[in-house]
Design a protein around this ligand. Structure first.
Ligand SMILES: O=C(CO)COP(=O)(O)O
Length: 154
């Protein structure tokens, strides 16, 4: 990690959670979200286009929907993460199917690692994540120090 220094930021008690699922995994995400509806309702939710529409129909909770994933939605979620506007990613990506927007998916997962946000890529991890006591309290985490990064660039 040459050239990158880090600082601390705080994830608020009310998390901004992005929810994303590939087509064959949407059923799993919808069932998971319904099981965790009470917890999810305490947080701010956003999703890629189709996932968001299906989730809002199933849960009846407010969900901000981006564009559909293959049309740029993954990139929109990634941009929110880079802007520190999304605190957590639940992304049930399909390990059995190639996706036309694979570079976007990789970019989304990369930026989530860069900004050190909690990520769950399957149902079991998502269960663990939502049952964490950190879900309902502020949590300090390590993030890139962008000010120091820029200073080092000029
Ligand atoms: O393709 C996706 C994530 O890579 C999800 O997009 P949709 O929610 O629009 O299906």
């Amino acid at each position: 990690m040459t050239g990158i220094s880090f600082t601390t930021a705080t994830l608020a008690a009310r998390k901004r959670i992005a929810l994303v699922a590939h087509d064959h995994c949407k059923g799993f995400l919808l069932d998971w979200a319904e099981r965790h509806k009470a917890t999810l309702s305490q947080h701010e939710l956003c999703a890629t286009g189709t996932t968001g529409l299906l989730l809002s129909q199933r849960l009846g909770l407010p969900i901000e929907s981006m564009i559909s994933g293959p049309l740029g939605g993954d990139q929109q979620v990634g941009a929110r993460i880079a802007e520190q506007q999304v605190d957590m990613l639940v992304f049930f990506w399909d390990p059995f199917e190639p996706q036309p927007h694979d570079p976007d998916i990789k970019a989304l997962l990369r930026v989530a690692a860069v900004w050190n946000i909690p990520v769950a890529c399957n149902e079991c991890s998502a269960d663990y994540l939502l049952s964490s006591p950190l879900m309902s309290q502020p949590h300090d985490h390590r993030v890139p120090d962008y000010t120091a990064y820029l200073k080092g660039r000029v």
